[in-house]
Write a protein that binds this ligand. Structure first.
Ligand SMILES: Nc1ncnc2c1ncn2[C@@H]1O[C@H](COP(=O)(O)OP(=O)(O)OP(=O)(O)O)[C@@H](O)[C@H]1O
Ligand SMILES: [Mg+2]
Length: 367
């Protein structure tokens, strides 16, 4: 078997990609109905690192012989990196992805005056069905996968844009759309998309990808090409630390020593030693936060807090927390549950607590 997949790789090999048989079956049978003129619209959700992107790449490879599969990642776009995601740039990203998709013998009409947003948008949104109709002898249908969809929250008038997209999507009998993103089901975007009053008004099929179960995690560890031995307590603790999230399982499983049976206490120790690796994505994000945003997160380490409690801790007005709280929510670093804000991922909590324990201070940017 190949090495364990790296955490930056989502194009896993046959052997690196573990399980997900149920999810693959379900998605395959839904997407397969596109062949019979009843293309579904799917919303794939799940927490960060659970394996959504790896799963849709897998599905893409499964279908791209018979279907035109257009795979769009909004976070990879230059515009997003420069923080200027707009309706125009999304349309442009979709257009570029359709053109780039390497399906032999499929000619794609080219739009002449790209400057005119409204016309380009209509053209791009109609393009997938048109490609199908021009090539129905070669294609069973077209799939449009849009990953990191939660980023459209940045748009002004998200609502309007979703309704606009939906007006095309609903009429395309041979084009299946799959939106994918790390949002929780309580996210307001899900409501905008698929709530009663939302653009898709419940017609979108929502599928949540869950972390690996204990059983799957155990079998996965046994299947990887490292001889990791855990006694019962060791395994329980391993599962507690990684919560069955493949992203964390892969990092931790690469660090653990081979050929010795690890106990609960061993794993506790090793987890502590490995926290900088497990939290590597947070360390980067942390360095990009403002001092006030960092202070808000620190204030939430102990327990979830209401907005007014955060304001009191920071000795600022509640109103001044609007912007930083929204940014932290957008970054998915915190979530809002039962009128309180809380840190989304316990790994971030452990990393901060561990830094404090080691250095006597939190890693504030000004220090
Ligand atoms: N089925 C799997 N088998 C083995 N490893 C996996 C599997 N799925 C995901 N992984 C590992 O987890 C990592 C994260 O997966 P992926 O990027 O697909 O998660 P995601 O849900 O898209 O996360 P994000 O919300 O951050 O985009 C992968 O790079 C890979 O190392
Ligand atoms: Mg992803």
């Amino acid at each position: 078997m190949d090495e364990i997949a790296s955490i930056t790789d989502t194009n896993l090999t046959e052997t690196q990609f573990y399980n997900r048989a149920d999810e693959i079956n379900m998605l395959s049978s839904l997407l397969g109905t596109t062949e019979f003129n009843s293309s579904p619209t799917i919303l794939l959700t799940g927490i960060r690192g659970v394996g959504k992107t790896a799963l849709i790449k897998k599905i893409k490879h499964k279908f791209d012989k018979e279907y035109l599969v257009v795979d769009i990642d909004l976070s990879r776009s230059n515009v997003y990196q420069q923080k200027k995601l707009s309706r125009g740039s999304i349309i442009k990203i979709i257009y570029d992805a359709i053109i780039k998709v390497s399906y032999e013998h499929i000619p794609v009409p080219i739009f002449e005056s790209e400057e005119n947003y409204a016309r380009l948008a209509d053209f791009v949104m109609e393009l997938p069905q048109k490609i199908y109709e021009d090539n129905s002898d070669k294609l069973k249908g077209v799939f449009i996968f849009i990953d990191e969809i939660q980023l459209i929250k940045d748009l002004d008038n998200v609502d309007k844009f979703l309704w606009y997209m939906r007006s095309f999507i609903q009429n395309q009998k041979n084009v299946a759309y799959l939106f994918c993103g790390s949002m929780s089901l309580k996210d307001s975007l899900i409501n905008d998309l698929n709530g009663k009053e939302g653009a898709f008004g419940g017609r979108m099929l929502t599928i949540e990808i869950h972390p690996f179960s204990k059983q799957t995690t155990r079998e996965y560890i046994e299947s990887i090409p490292r001889n990791i031995l855990l006694d019962d307590g060791g395994f329980e603790r391993f599962y507690k630390c990684t919560r069955g999230i493949p992203y964390y399982i892969n990092i931790f499983a690469k660090i653990l020593p081979e050929n010795i049976t690890l106990t609960e206490n061993n794993i506790i120790e090793l987890f502590k030693d490995s926290i900088d690796y497990l939290a590597v994505h947070f360390i980067f994000m942390w360095s990009k936060l403002t001092f006030q945003e960092q202070k808000i997160i620190i204030s939430l380490l102990g327990k979830p807090k209401r907005r007014i409690e955060i304001a009191n801790t920071l000795e600022v007005t509640s109103g001044s927390l609007n912007r930083p709280l929204n940014r932290l929510l957008d970054f998915d670093l915190i979530e809002y549950v039962n009128d309180k804000y809380q840190i989304t991922d316990p790994i971030l909590t452990y990393w901060l607590q561990n830094s404090h324990e080691k250095n006597g201070i939190y890693p504030f940017r000004s220090i």
